[in-house]
Design a protein around this ligand. Structure first.
Ligand SMILES: NC(=O)c1ccc[n+]([C@@H]2O[C@H](COP(=O)([O-])OP(=O)(O)OC[C@H]3O[C@@H](n4cnc5c(N)ncnc54)[C@H](O)[C@@H]3O)[C@@H](O)[C@H]2O)c1
Length: 365
């Protein structure tokens, strides 16, 4: 198969980031988009260009044999029903995170997908950021020694405005610690190489959207939190999330500390939200205990790739691998089980933030 025809289901902000990145891959062509919102549909169809058919309903799209693979980028709470419709088609699927908004729905999808042959890949883009790939390489090469601690700090801009304001309510998103932090829980699991056993979180909605009102409904999503996760192999991890800190130079600061050294990946936010609107390189910093001499290097990513999205090039690199899997066969790097585990951890963190109690995950696995 030289050309792979993609159908994008949910053609809003992230759907268009997928289209722009697929346009950078020779052989990838977006032949269909579906979105109930006429403006979003038209914007995405225009972006995809000639040969792209637009549908208001993904079932109409499915009924036509226009696509070899699907990308699901509709709002979080729609994933479960969209996936139930897509799974029987037995074509490869890339589904945006979080897999679903609840653990129960995520488990339902894992069970339904067990009956089919074509792979489902959960879009955990952050794994594919070049500075994180570099951090993982350093850990694999033993730079840090035996890993003990992981710290992930994301200090960024508030949630953006979305079509129909779906992201203002935890019922639609799963809650902030599921919605966006599933990325970080997935990274923690990947770096720790073990299962999570306990989660404790403290969080609140203290600054953002306090004066917003949607027909009598107030937003109910956390805008800051600390989360601590213990892993079965003794590794401990911490997330420090603040969504009213867009003045920070680095958006993500990810540290892995072993008995030999600390390795940091420092990642800037999207250029379009920075003071000067310019792309900036990421950095990797190695701080060995033996020499106490820090090694700091820029990690450069092609500007065309950076400017195709808001996620430091990761959408492109993930699509490259997804494309290869669809063309050549093979298993997804991020499986439905990975997607489920990220929701399990995020939902536990949401529960802990509400109750003030640590959540034991050993029975949940
Ligand atoms: N991986 C990442 O870093 C990342 C970043 C942003 C968003 N996302 C995910 O991408 C998804 C979309 O987010 P967004 O920021 O593009 O939101 P958005 O509101 O900009 O776009 C969502 C689009 O889906 C459409 N839609 C609603 N119901 C639909 C349905 N049943 N079928 C098809 N389309 C439907 C809406 O009309 C809208 O145009 C979410 O799951 C979100 O969590 C992931």
């Amino acid at each position: 198969m030289d050309t792979i025809r993609y159908g994008i289901i949910g053609a809003g902000m992230m759907g268009r980031e997928h289209i722009r990145n697929l346009q950078l891959i020779p052989g990838a062509v977006v032949t269909a988009v579906s979105d109930p919102d006429p403006d979003q549909r038209a914007l995405s169809q225009d972006l995809a260009g000639r040969g792209c058919t637009a549908f208001a309903d993904h079932c109409e799209l499915l009924a036509r044999n226009l696509c070899d693979a699907f990308v699901v980028a509709s709002p979080n709470h729609t994933h479960v029903d969209v996936l139930k419709d897509l799974l029987p088609a037995d074509r490869p699927i890339l589904v945006e995170k979080p897999l679903c908004t609840t653990v129960e729905d995520s488990r339902t999808i894992v069970a339904l997908a067990a009956r089919r042959k074509a792979p489902v890949w959960v879009a955990m883009e952050y794994r594919y950021m070049p500075p994180l790939q570099r951090l993982m390489r350093e850990l694999a090469e033993g730079t840090a020694g035996r890993l003990h601690m992981i710290s992930i700090r994301e200090h960024r801009y508030p949630f953006l405005r979305k079509v129909g304001d779906w992201n203002r309510f935890a019922a639609n998103t799963g809650g902030t610690l599921v919605e966006k932090c599933c990325h970080f829980f997935d990274l923690m699991r990947l770096l720790a190489g073990a299962a999570p056993v306990r989660v404790y979180a403290s969080g609140g909605m203290d600054v953002n959207f306090l004066d917003e009102d949607y027909g009598g409904r107030r937003p109910d999503i956390l805008d800051n939190a600390f989360v601590v996760v213990d892993f079965a192999n003794g590794v401990r991890a911490m997330l420090d999330l603040c969504m009213f800190a867009e003045g920070s130079y680095w958006q993500e600061q990810i540290s892995a500390v072993g008995d030999r050294a600390r390795v940091d990946a420092l990642i800037p936010g999207p250029a379009r939200f920075s003071a000067d609107g310019r792309e900036r390189p990421a950095e990797i910093v190695v701080s060995p205990r033996a020499t106490k001499v820090e090694r700091r290097e820029a990690v450069h990513t092609d500007e065309t790739i950076l400017s195709a999205g808001d996620h430091h090039g990761s959408t492109y690199f993930q699509h490259r691998k997804f494309f290869d899997m669809v063309r050549d066969g093979g298993r997804p790097e991020v499986t439905l089980e990975d997607g489920l585990m990220a929701v399990v951890m995020g939902a536990a963190a949401e529960r802990s933030a509400r109750t003030g109690e640590a959540v034991d995950l050993r029975g949940a696995l």
